[in-house]
Design a protein around this ligand. Sequence first.
Ligand code: FVH
Length: 301
Amino acid sequence: MAATQGITFIGIGNMGLAAVLALRKANLPITIWNRTTTSPKVQSAIAAGATLEPSLSAALSANPLIIICLLDYPTITSLFSPLSPSLFTNKTIINLTNGTPRQSTAMQTLLTDRQVTSYFDGAIMVTPQMVGSPHSLLVISGQDESTFSSISHALSPIGNPQYLGPDITSASRFDLAALSAMYGMFAGGMAGMALLKRGPGSPKIGKTVKEQIVPIISALVEYLGLLAEAWDGERWGDSMGNPMGMQLEGVKNIVEACREEGVDGRVLEALRGQMEGVVGRFGADSGLAGLGILLLGEEGV
Ligand code: FVH
């Protein structure tokens, strides 16, 4: 696909706008479609040189390459299902909308039935502010590596596109895995922030969190990679130097402190229950790796 060929971008929300601005900065001809044509984001995209096409059918017809970034998969299904299948022939579609592995498979089926040339499922792994920066990462799956190589230039202005392989579900799994790690950190982190706030005089906590807690947590994030390797090696009972019995007492204390201080500590209560399950299964000398058996089932797969 020639680098100067046009792209149709469907969905001008926060992320869609950031992506379109990056594509326009790279001088790519862009046609946009958005449900709300009067939104300020649509106007910003037009000001950057994008062409607004209010008809979805006409927007799809405008270019051979379509990028989608909408709220969710049901939105895409409701928009595409009533359209004539002929609109999808000879099209390559890259879907950057967040969704589940099952939704990505269903979308592949829907679009393959409409005889798209290629369907790639993907995700943007950064915030809109980071789009186009060296830290911006996109993950893409589906089709094959050589077809991906022929379209990756259209994604490069948005971020570094990383191909995860032909299994259509790979990008969604990666996206949700990273988001799960992030939201787990936020959930526990904010329970901890609430405990700090309960200190005398409801102290300001920004400096403590930014300058002391964030560096500690940043260093500890690497432990997640060690846990993943323990799972790969099926070392479910490995304490990795941090026995579960000891860790469980710490988590119990967080839950108890939340109760004492009037903080909703349910997010940690769920973890305490799982850790007790690991102690019951592998003993107090085991470790966090044992949670894999609880999460995946007795075989750990
Ligand atoms: N923003 C972020 O930080 C994250 C970063 C990681 C990736 N996500 C995912 O990107 C997808 C789009 O997210 P977004 O930030 O652009 O979301 P919004 O600003 O809320 O824009 C949503 C767009 O979807 C359109 N839309 C919503 N419902 C419908 C509908 N029923 N029919 C047609 N279009 C619909 C909406 O249109 P409008 O409200 O302007 O008319 C926007 O174009 C998402 O999967 C994130 O998880 C972003």
